[in-house]
Design a protein around this ligand. Structure first.
Ligand code: A3P
Length: 287
């Protein structure tokens, strides 16, 4: 499926059996050796689970709702993407002073060891797989470096960053052994005040009710969509083809209903129930 349309789309290569973009594999030794510090915070997600949203919420909490401070630079500069940014990004990350907020899509077993040795906090956000795959599909249409995908590949776990199932289960099973706050996209959509409060408590930030409410407004889909420092409008058109889709696309729970036929849904449900039977993550497909 690589380069079928003759674009710059990259191939997937593997690290410990996990498919990753070739550029990630190329610089893997530097990623693996990355030295985290105790004050660093890792935001981990499977792609399209609401990473950017979580990042904006975290930055708003750390800056106590100061809009101007949160607009100091685009998301990818404020909170670098650990494995993807090589080689320039990892160099920047290496010289950035802790506390750093770092984004990753790596499954838990590939997270550089120094994060666990240092005892870093991790915020993991999961999103139901039907909406995740729809979002991934549309993202793939616009992101000209991503290989082409389809639902079957998702089931088989050969999308970039591997199987959604293994990813969400990996962090879930370790959440009590490590400092992992596990949050769900659907919960944040349903009650953002409650979830932002949980994140602030995890980060040991005392914020007033009005600051929390202000942060919820600042990080709402409609606000982030209009914010050039949070909507990836700084990524050039040669990488993000906005005629195909938008990064800030819909931001809803249940868009999968517009894409899954009844038959596909039934097949997916059967597959999902079977594979998730050993791991009761309370993920909802509608709210
Ligand atoms: P959709 O494609 O369903 O709209 P990631 O940041 O992990 O790449 O995830 C992107 C998805 O999160 C996109 O989903 C995007 O619209 C959604 N998203 C981004 N900001 C959001 C927000 N503030 N509220 C809800 N969803 C948001």
């Amino acid at each position: 499926w690589e380069n079928m349309d003759g674009t710059t789309r990259e191939r997937l290569s593997h690290i410990q059996g996990i498919p990753l973009l070739e550029r990630v594999v190329k610089y893997w030794p530097r990623v693996e050796k990355f030295q985290a510090s105790e004050e660093d915070l890792l935001i981990a997600t499977y792609p399209k689970a609401g990473t950017t949203w979580t990042q904006e919420v975290v930055d708003s909490i750390l800056n106590e709702g100061d809009v101007e401070k949160c607009k100091r630079a685009p998301t990818q500069v404020r909170m670098p993407f650990l494995e993807m940014t090589a080689p320039d990004g990892i160099t920047k990350l290496e010289v950035m002073d802790p506390p750093r907020v770092i984004k990753t899509h790596l499954p838990i077993q590939l997270v550089p060891r120094s994060f666990w040795d240092a005892g870093c906090k991790v915020i993991y956000m999961a999103r139901n797989p039907k909406d995740t795959v729809v979002s991934y599909y549309h993202f793939d249409r616009m992101h000209l470096y991503q290989p082409d995908i389809c639902l079957v590949l998702c089931k088989m776990g050969i999308l970039g960053w591997g199987s959604w199932y293994d990813h969400v289960k990996g962090y879930w099973k370790e959440r009590h052994n490590k400092k992992i706050l596990y949050i769900l996209y659907e919960d944040m959509k349903e009650d953002p005040v409650r979830e932002v409060t949980r994140i602030a408590q995890f980060l040991k930030r005392q914020l007033s009710k009005s600051t929390i409410e202000h942060i919820v407004q600042m990080t709402a889909f409609s606000a982030m969509r209009e914010n050039p420092m949070a909507n990836y409008s700084t990524i050039p058109d040669t990488i993000f083809d906005r005629t195909a889709s938008e990064f800030m696309r819909k931001g809803e729970v249940g868009d999968w209903k517009n894409h899954f036929s009844a038959g596909e849904d039934a097949a997916f449900e059967e597959h999902y129930r079977k594979i998730m039977s050993d791991c009761p993550i309370p993920i909802r497909f509608t709210i």
